[in-house]
Design a protein around this ligand. Structure first.
Ligand code: ATP
Ligand code: MG
Length: 272
């Protein structure tokens, strides 16, 4: 949690920098056959109590622009670790992560932060809103130094809050919002800068079933249905039939699930 807040805050104080045209050009509406994410031989272990624990062992993967990709795996299998390596919140032992044409693993920490701020949207299980900022300020924060004018950022933030049904809570503080409402704020925050890649780590994991369903429907409307690439780690089996591809992390490897047919009707009829 603290690391995530620190990341958002660090984004805030970083210098202005323009987005690279390579990634900007990938923001299409609809799936294309250009890979937005390529992972090559990614390896990660942790040292604990003098012992080495292997978490990911030479994991490789390619995700196309516009795909909705679901990542399963039992608790502790390495889902969050993989998402953190992709966004460069954490460092791999070996291997490479390409987002668009950028090898994010090769960038220094400051450039990784800037790249993340400009091109990746991240949604966490525990929302990670900053309690001392209002809803509107939370949504605006990561984009504040992106080069966009403040007026433009605020307009987009208000527009997104409208989309997630929270326009009338713009001036409220996060602790006065329900879990589902806080997650909707976090979704608006993650999408404001129109990221090429959206990473969601158990976005419904902390919500009751109905609220989770509504948040998921909204997230899919704003990402997959808008042609954005969404990579989601989840334990929720309801999500599986909605995905374009489903993989499981097992013993440090990525394994494709076989019995999976996309069905788009599961969430229909559940309005927020
Ligand atoms: N900083 C760390 N130091 C040591 N071990 C760690 C560290 N971070 C994660 N781990 C370990 O790595 C393994 C994978 O953790 P990770 O959080 O990626 O699992 P996960 O699949 O996301 O699980 P969950 O479904 O419970 O969220 C776990 O055994 C965890 O304890
Ligand atoms: Mg996790």
């Amino acid at each position: 949690m603290l690391q995530c807040i620190a990341t958002v805050c660090y984004n805030y104080v970083c210098e202005k920098r323009n987005k690279s045209s390579t990634i900007a050009s990938m923001r299409t509406n609809g799936a294309s056959h250009r890979p937005i994410l390529q992972i090559h031989d990614l390896t990660k272990h942790y040292e604990e109590g003098g012992q080495s624990r292997s978490i990911l062992n030479r994991v490789s993967l390619q995700i196309e622009t516009g795909e909705f990709f679901v990542l399963l795996g039992k608790s502790g299998s390495g889902k969050s670790t993989l998402l953190n390596l992709i966004s460069a919140i954490d460092r791999a032992d070996e291997g490479r992560v390409m987002i668009g044409d950028t090898n994010i693993t090769a960038l220094d920490e400051k450039r990784q932060t800037l790249f993340r701020r400009d091109h990746i949207g991240i949604i966490f299980q525990f929302f990670n809103l900053i309690p001392t900022l209002t809803v509107l300020e939370n949504v605006m924060l990561p984009s504040e130094l992106s080069g966009m004018s403040r007026h433009n950022i605020e307009q987009r933030a208000r527009g997104l809050l409208e989309r997630v049904g929270l326009a009338d809570r713009a001036d409220a503080f996060p602790d006065t919002l329900s879990g589902g409402e806080q997650q909707r704020v976090a979704i608006a925050r993650a999408l404001l800068h129109e990221p090429a890649l959206v990473l969601a780590d158990e976005p419904t994991g902390n919500l009751d079933e109905d609220t989770g369903r509504n948040v998921l429907r909204l997230l899919l409307e704003l990402t997959r249905d808008a042609g954005k690439t969404l990579l989601m780690a989840t334990h929720n089996p309801e999500i599986v039939p909605l995905a374009d591809r489903v993989y499981r992390i097992q013993d440090g490897k990525l394994v494709q699930t076989v019995d999976h047919t996309p069905v788009v009707s599961v969430l229909q009829g559940n309005r927020a």
